[in-house]
Write a protein that binds this ligand. Structure first.
Ligand SMILES: NC(=O)c1ccc[n+]([C@@H]2O[C@H](COP(=O)([O-])OP(=O)(O)OC[C@H]3O[C@@H](n4cnc5c(N)ncnc54)[C@H](OP(=O)(O)O)[C@@H]3O)[C@@H](O)[C@H]2O)c1
Length: 214
């Protein structure tokens, strides 16, 4: 499968490209700076330029599936949260519909299903993720939404704790590497279609954790 990764040089994206390559997929790594092209190539991806705030959709040409793992990050303002995490994601969904790319995996966030359950300084980000997810859920695409809790750069464990269409309020942080592996497992797993899956660090082998139990 040709899999376009939006946010290919981010924490999850960097870990995802080689995993896709190892699994026999053809990853396209979409980045907004050509300075990152060599790094994308080194990780097994075909680099393409795409800026979620600018020209973006042509970078998806030829893809069978799209993974959205971009984000404005915590050091920018809420304006960028709206423009990248919310509107950028919506534009990506629209571009997939226009191009007939059916499969879309969204890296969302724990709590995005119900922003009222979350108070505190991150609430605007959670609201942005909520509406990005809703745009995908209301589209014609075959979606899987992964909602990880706080991400770490620890080594992957090959295990997670998953909750289909549920959002328990506490659990262990999850390594970015394990979220990247969960994306790979979802691509060929129809049981994840149409679900929003909360991910924590856990003890269940990732493939097993992504078989629906709901
Ligand atoms: N941090 C957490 O604890 C946490 C928890 C739950 C969910 N998440 C979500 O998980 C996902 C991945 O997180 P991460 O920490 O691995 O990400 P990250 O390292 O912050 O990487 C995000 C990537 O998005 C790219 N990006 C930003 N603006 C862009 C634009 N306008 N056009 C194209 N690309 C753009 C960045 O590109 P540059 O390299 O050019 O800056 C960067 O490579 C994000 O969606 C995040 O919201 C994070």
């Amino acid at each position: 499968m040709v899999v376009a990764v939006i946010g290919a040089n981010g924490g999850i994206g960097r870990r995802l490209l080689p995993r896709l390559d190892d699994a026999g997929h053809q990853p396209i790594g979409i980045v907004r700076s050509e300075d990152q092209f060599d790094e994308v190539r080194d990780r097994g991806g075909e680099p393409r330029h795409g800026d979620l705030e600018g020209t973006f959709a042509p970078a998806l040409d030829g893809a069978d599936a799209v993974v959205f793992t971009a984000g404005a990050g915590g050091s920018t303002g809420w304006d960028k949260t709206i423009l990248v995490d919310l509107w950028g994601a919506k534009r990506a969904v629209d571009a997939c519909e226009e191009r007939g790319i059916d499969r879309f995996i969204m890296i969302s966030s724990r709590g995005a299903g119900d922003p009222e359950s979350r108070q505190g300084p991150l609430k605007p980000y959670i609201v942005a993720k909520h509406f990005a997810d809703r745009a995908l859920q209301r589209s014609s695409l075959d979606e899987t939404i992964l909602r990880p809790t706080r991400l770490t750069d620890e080594a992957g464990t090959g295990h997670v704790a998953s909750y289909f269409d549920a959002d328990p309020g506490s659990g262990d942080d999850v390594p970015r590497a394990d979220v990247a592996q969960a994306v790979v497992e979802c691509l060929n797993n129809e049981a994840t279609l149409g679900h929003a899956i909360t991910l924590y660090g856990g003890d269940t082998p990732t493939a097993e954790a992504l078989r629906t139990t709901a």
